[in-house]
Design a protein around this ligand. Sequence first.
Ligand code: SF4
Ligand code: SF4
Length: 192
Amino acid sequence: MNERTEAVSLPAAATIAVDITALAEIQDMVRACMQCGTCSASCPNAPAMDRTPRSLWRMLLLGLVDEVLESRTFWLCSACYSCTLRCPRGLPLTEAMAALKRLAATDGRAADRKRGLFYEDFIRNVEKNGRVRETELMLHYFLDMRDPLLPLDYTPLGLKLLRKGKLRLGGSGQRGRLGPLFAKVREMEARP
Ligand code: SF4
Ligand code: SF4
């Protein structure tokens, strides 16, 4: 636990170690939320989320940190910026989702480390290949997880996808095409 990290007393029975500075910054991002629900209605991934973006912001402001970090909502955010563009309060919602991913990835839970690694490998794979190359993605993920038994969990699914022709074993004709886009986004995000 570093000096910026401490156990937070929370309403329910939750006591997890979080970076309270990072947490406060995320809460500030959504403090002006008026709960109109436009972000949830605009989100293409909301049907797959266990909490809507609107309720996630409310829980965050109520200090329900454990529940927020256990949610898979922010992991499913694909950074499409629809909510950010449409929020009547102009809140940086996509940035808040990304900040929650970073916070969860450092809070020490095995499940979050696993999700964080998958997310990083997924994005790296898309940037490199211009699309997802499933076989390469899973190979990198297994290597990063350093769990020799993990591939066994995915073998039935892999065989099923292979049989249905859903896995591409060859190279990608889109390789490197998204590089300039990723570079531009990094440049924009680095701006003060
Ligand atoms: S669109 Fe903005 S104001 Fe409305 S619920 Fe979402 S974050 Fe809150
Ligand atoms: S940026 Fe994320 S949370 Fe916002 S609409 Fe897109 S997928 Fe949903």
